[in-house]
Design a protein around this ligand. Structure first.
Ligand code: NAD
Ligand code: DAU
Length: 354
């Protein structure tokens, strides 16, 4: 079975992807710098698994990356490592250029050198898959959906850095013949998401009785996909996708932010009710995010048609219920991951009795 080198393997989507790919029988080498968003806790259960190895290193280290490709005779690369939070990109864009643009440039160079050393049969099979976002397409109005043919129009430093890295990946295919594939996905939710992002952040604020900060009027719309569905999609693209192509993945679950926050309040009311009142009363409308994209929605019919992509989570509220329960059952995880230097989000766990 082939070995997949997974960058960002200790992050949210990377660690969920590792689970999916191991279950499908692949060997995995995780490669991660363990930034504020990367945690060994996310891959703890894999310790001792002979099919899994972990390398603590930075994608900016081109030589290290190339040596790992050789050492493990890597057949496929799935590149998840990135700075991923839009709000952080607004207050500190430099890290996004460094990791997302220069980091991707660095490993493209390493992969290209490695690829040149492969035998023809191995060359035919090698793939470099770059995981990107629907945010590179900019924003939608009330109607329409993004697809593989939508022009790029990024609006935040985060999405601009992802767009830049997508274009580098594209150029390495056309100029150097590196067999690259790009995937563009909508908003993920599920277990192990760092609590700076909407859903886990709201859960932890709610459990402490703190206000739930909804940007603007909460009318912005996101298309939510369960992280395991995204991970399965990436594996399909890696194994069945055509080099030079791009594939979009979405959740077919458009919701306004206010709908999402209200839905998780209802869920918390039923599993962990407040002593008095309902969680919804904690919602507070706060200043909007600068340049806040209004709506994202994805048409992923190409992935369905060409890769056989099928979502297992067809109803967002079912996935959300499972997700809320996962966070309630993983307080220790939450405490550990938010304690790290550089984490924007701090919680007063004593209020939760722990
Ligand atoms: P995350 O922030 O949870 O994890 C990122 C991981 O990358 C962390 O483990 C971190 O330690 C690692 N990393 C960061 N800089 C690194 C570096 N210089 N070298 C090595 N490792 C480094 O992010 P996520 O939400 O899991 O997103 C993963 C990828 O998927 C990103 O490329 C993101 O743009 C893309 N994406 C995310 C979503 C989403 O909804 N979260 C949707 C579409 C696409
Ligand atoms: O669309 C894919 C993108 O989805 C990924 O590329 C990004 O890596 C990922 O972080 C996510 O970006 P968003 O900016 O959409 O996700 P976030 O969870 O930060 O915010 C979701 C929506 O909720 C957005 O409209 C802003 C709003 N929001 C967010 C936070 C953190 C709030 O209203 N309040 C909040 O406290």
């Amino acid at each position: 079975m082939k070995t997949i080198l997974v960058t960002g393997a200790a992050g949210f989507i990377g660690s969920n992807f590792v689970e999916v790919a191991l279950a499908a029988g692949f060997k995995i080498v995780g490669y991660d710098a363990l930034t504020y968003a990367g945690h060994l806790e996310n891959i703890e259960e894999l310790r001792g698994n002979p099919a899994f190895s972990f390398v603590h290193a930075n994608i900016l280290d081109t030589q290290k990356f190339e040596s790992v490709l050789h050492e493990y005779s890597v057949g496929l690369v799935a590149h998840f490592a990135a700075e991923s939070h839009v709000d952080k990109s607004i207050t500190g864009p430099g890290a996004f250029i460094e990791t997302n643009v220069n980091g991707t440039f660095s490993i493209l160079n390493a992969a290209r050198s490695y690829f040149e050393t492969l035998e023809p049969a191995a060359k035919k099979e090698f793939r470099f898959l770059h995981v990107s976002t629907d945010e590179v397409f900019g924003t939608l109005g009330a109607s329409g959906k993004f697809s593989e043919t939508t022009p790029y129009a990024p609006n935040s430093p985060y999405s601009a850095s992802k767009a830049a890295s997508d274009l580098l990946v594209r150029a390495w295919f056309h100029t150097y013949g590196l067999p690259t594939i790009i995937t563009n996905c909508s908003n993920n939710y599920g277990p192990k998401q760092f609590p700076e992002k909407l859903i886990p952040h709201m859960i932890f604020c709610a459990l402490q009785g703190k206000s739930l900060p909804v940007y603007g009027k909460g009318e912005n719309i996101r298309d939510w996909i369960h992280v395991k569905d995204h991970a399965r999609g990436v594996l399909l693209a890696l194994t069945r996708g055509i080099p030079g192509e791009t594939y979009c993945f979405g959740g077919n679950s458009e919701r306004t932010n206010l709908e999402v926050v209200k839905a998780l309040c209802v869920e918390l009311d039923s599993v962990r009710p407040m002593k008095v009142g309902r969680f919804e009363s904690l919602i507070k409308f706060v200043a909007d995010r600068p340049g806040h994209d209004f709506r994202y929605a994805i048409d992923d019919s190409k992935a369905q048609r060409e890769l056989g992509f099928v979502r297992k989570y067809s109803r967002f509220e079912d996935g959300l219920r499972e997700t809320v329960r996962w966070y309630l059952e993983h307080f220790e995880w939450s405490k550990k991951v938010t304690a790290k230097d550089g984490a924007k989000t701090t919680y007063d766990w004593s209020l939760l009795g722990g």
